[in-house]
Design a protein around this ligand. Structure first.
Ligand code: ADP
Ligand code: MG
Length: 484
């Protein structure tokens, strides 16, 4: 829990998020127009999207299926009857003068998302609902000095609006919620979660209350924040703004604000509209949407293993720590890569390598698991060489570097560079003797109680053996010699 320390005491953040997630589908929610990102302006607009008189909407079954899949992935109630409503407002990028949305009867009801937090604890956040609605077009104000252009490519694209309960208590939790929701939708294949392309957008609702209070304070809603980092920054800023107001004896006005990325502040946009301002009513062009329980059950049968289940299995089957398992399941591709490395091997060792050196290297190279220069099979071979004590973990790091540079296999590199670990007692003992003789003064210091010097001797022997001495053998022999 994150409290904001004010002049007069501690304040608690209360956060609820509304996420607009673009449904992965080839066509729009009520028309056959394409949805691909990056097309020329107005290249993907049907007569329905442009609201030509007499055009009628026809529901896209694929979008309905995707909403149900997402609902099932959020362990939510699926409503077998839902209703499409008109949400009326006027704007140039909304040709019909209303958005088709779902108001009183959404397709998906209450569900939940479990967050894994950095300190190893987890929290369950309630999902209030998920409903289907159309996206609007885009007004472009920067194409001409005195005109605004309208691009209707997005108009009519299917969105899932996923509303959370006001259950989050910090920017960290809001970030974890968005990451988890995105991971679940990516696993399900229902939304690509690409925030830069606008296929996932977030409205942040935030209020403050005294630590210990149970009543909710007045909230502000920060609209359309388009990255997880910005969500966290906006929460940071807005929480302090509200605390200052409240401590100054003022009230927080319920309003809609925007996040100014360049100034790093939230700014008032308009006073909060109320539901009745929109004159919602059931769309007379659309019948209530009725689903068959059997159809829902069939979709349920096709759900993949989701991040939470995968995480539990990794902990159970491979003996992973909860944190490592969480990191690995965050993306399906990394989870698959890990499993390919770990299968039939020491799971913990495999996890250390994948989350450590391997992810580190990808990061440095600006690559992803999918275009990794080292395959799972190649990394598995390296792990084998460590497990069967051909090389130490230390030497393996050098081998891995060489694999990245040359693309050669681990075993071939070990032979080529003569990196096989020395486990031969005689040769290690010889090196130890040499070092102890050369540093007789330090041996005396060690014997008079300076234990820390043990590491120095290990380092010296490793140096003379080119790091190839088997560490376990070396430690044992050295201890014996020094304590004799
Ligand atoms: P709308 O914003 O469309 O009026 P809702 O009233 O359903 O819709 O609330 C939207 C979001 O605001 C939800 O995620 C909800 O959890 C959150 N929310 C509601 N009240 C508060 C509050 N006092 N503080 C913080 N978040 C809140
Ligand atoms: Mg809202």
């Amino acid at each position: 829990m994150a409290y904001v320390q004010g002049q007069t005491g501690e304040w608690e953040m209360v956060i609820g998020l509304e996420v607009h997630a673009q449904v992965t589908s080839n066509a729009k929610l009520f028309s056959g127009a394409a949805t691909e990102f990056g097309a020329a302006p107005n290249a993907q607009v049907s007569l329905v999207d442009a609201a030509f008189p007499g055009m009628l909407p026809v529901i896209n079954g694929k979008c309905v299926e995707q909403a149900v899949r997402t609902g099932l992935g959020l362990q939510a109630e699926i409503n077998l009857v839902s209703v499409f409503d008109r949400k009326n407002y006027f704007y140039a990028d909304l040709p019909p003068g209303y958005q088709i949305s779902q108001y009183k009867n959404p397709i998906v009801g209450k569900g939940e998302i479990v967050l894994d937090l950095a300190d190893g604890t987890s929290r369950t956040i309630g999902i209030t609902r998920l409903h289907l609605e159309q996206d609007a077009g885009k007004s472009m104000h920067d194409q001409s000095p005195n005109e605004t252009y309208v691009d209707l490519n997005r108009a009519g694209v299917a969105l899932m609006e996923i509303v959370s309960e006001p259950d989050m208590r910090s920017g960290e939790e809001a970030g974890a919620y968005l990451k988890k929701l995105r991971a679940i939708m990516r696993y399900l294949g229902t939304c690509d979660g690409n925030m830069e392309e606008g296929s996932m957008r977030c409205d942040v609702n935030l209020s403050m209350r005294r630590k210990g209070d149970t009543k909710l304070g007045t909230r502000c809603e920060i609209k359309n924040v388009n990255s997880i980092r910005f969500v966290q920054q906006a929460i940071e800023f807005e929480s302090h703004r509200q605390v200052e107001l409240l401590e100054g004896g003022n009230v927080v006005k319920q309003e809609t604000r925007l996040w100014d990325t360049t100034k790093g502040e939230t700014r008032a946009m308009r006073s909060k509209e109320e539901a009745h301002d929109y004159r919602y009513f059931p769309d007379p062009d659309l019948l209530p949407l009725k689903l068959d329980q059997k159809w829902v059950n069939d979709i349920k049968m096709t759900l993949p293993e989701l991040p939470d289940q995968k995480k539990d299995r990794f902990i159970r089957d491979y003996g992973l720590k909860s944190y490592d398992a969480m990191v690995l399941v965050a993306e399906r591709a990394s989870a698959d890569f890990f499993e390919a490395v770990a299968k039939g091997r020491d799971g913990k060792l495999a996890a250390n390598w994948v989350t450590g050196e391997f992810f580190g290297a990808l990061n440095k190279l600006g690559k992803t698991v999918n275009d990794s220069p080292v395959s799972a099979q190649a990394l598995g071979e390296l792990v084998d060489l460590i497990s069967n004590q051909t090389i130490s973990n230390r030497i393996a790091k050098d081998v891995f570097e060489a694999m990245l540079e040359t693309g050669k296999g681990a075993a071939a590199l070990v032979e080529e560079k003569g990196l096989r670990q020395v486990t031969d007692l005689g040769s290690i003992e010889k090196s130890i003797d040499e070092i102890l003789t050369a540093h007789a003064d330090k041996v005396a210091e060690y014997k008079s109680g300076k234990d820390k010097l043990f590491g120095f001797f290990v380092g010296q022997v490793m140096k003379t053996t080119g790091g190839k001495a088997n560490p376990a053998v070396l430690n044992e022999l050295l201890k014996k010699k020094l304590n004799s």
